[in-house]
Ligand binder design. Sequence first.
Ligand code: CP
Length: 313
Amino acid sequence: MSLKGKDLLGLRHLTKEEIEYILDIAKTMKLVLLSNNKKTPHLQGKSVVTLFYENSTRTRLSFELASKYMGASSANIAASSSSVAKGESLIDTARTIDQMGTDVIVIRHPMAGAPALIAKNVKAAVINAGDGMNEHPTQALLDIFTIIEKKGSLKGLKVAIIGDIYHSRVARSNIWGMTKLGAEVCVAGPATLLPPQLEMTGVKVYSTVQEALIDADVVMGLRIQLERQKSGLFPSLREYSRFFGLDEKRLKLAKKDVLLLHPGPVNRGVELTTSIIDGEHSLINEQVTNGVAVRMALLYLLTRKGDSIEAVN
Ligand code: CP
């Protein structure tokens, strides 16, 4: 099996089988990542460029490390220090990178659709590392991978996603991916931070966090995206935390063995209390590790299309 497309632009465009295939390869990559010698030759002779128009710690670094562990040449371009700052267009920048023999361009951009636009204009495989309020597919893949590691499958699990759904590309990608894999996805957040007609994507929408949390197998808190907020969507961080913040008492409404996820970065004390961030249910650190494994799998699959998993071992 191989991925159908040249690029990874979103989970909306992937089949259940493609998602499962990526996760399967990521399982092997995690073994490499946890071994004493992380160096593998699977991207030898390949080059990966990360092009970030927005800040990032986890996504950018995990792509860079994934590339290096697998033997690729990698480089990063920050929009602020590139010719973008001199007025070069997105397509011209991408074509310039493409002409240097780049195999994979990983892009984060504040505009939804920017990765799709450059994918049409370059030979390189393009990976969406987050585009505006659209998708963040590699984050959702690592979230799903983390849940499956603990629960075996997503089928029949109740997943509660809490917070700023409206601005969240992480929520959108997770909704696409998790519903394809058979989870029951519930969301709750302030009415001003819930997109209209969300039910049409197959999720249940609750106006209180308590209702969404009852008997949940998995709870995902989302970051309040202050950089994308227009003022007035909720009265104050303190108010938000009071009504939608997750703490030990609220988490007790979920199942006893509930898994707690957050894509990071966390605003401690706003979306989640420190006690549950560092508590027994939290998988936040494992999400970070799994992010490298999932990105190793994607880089491998998009540069070696058609190869079988045996080639990795
Ligand atoms: N979750 C996530 O995308 O984190 P970064 O912004 O640090 O990449």
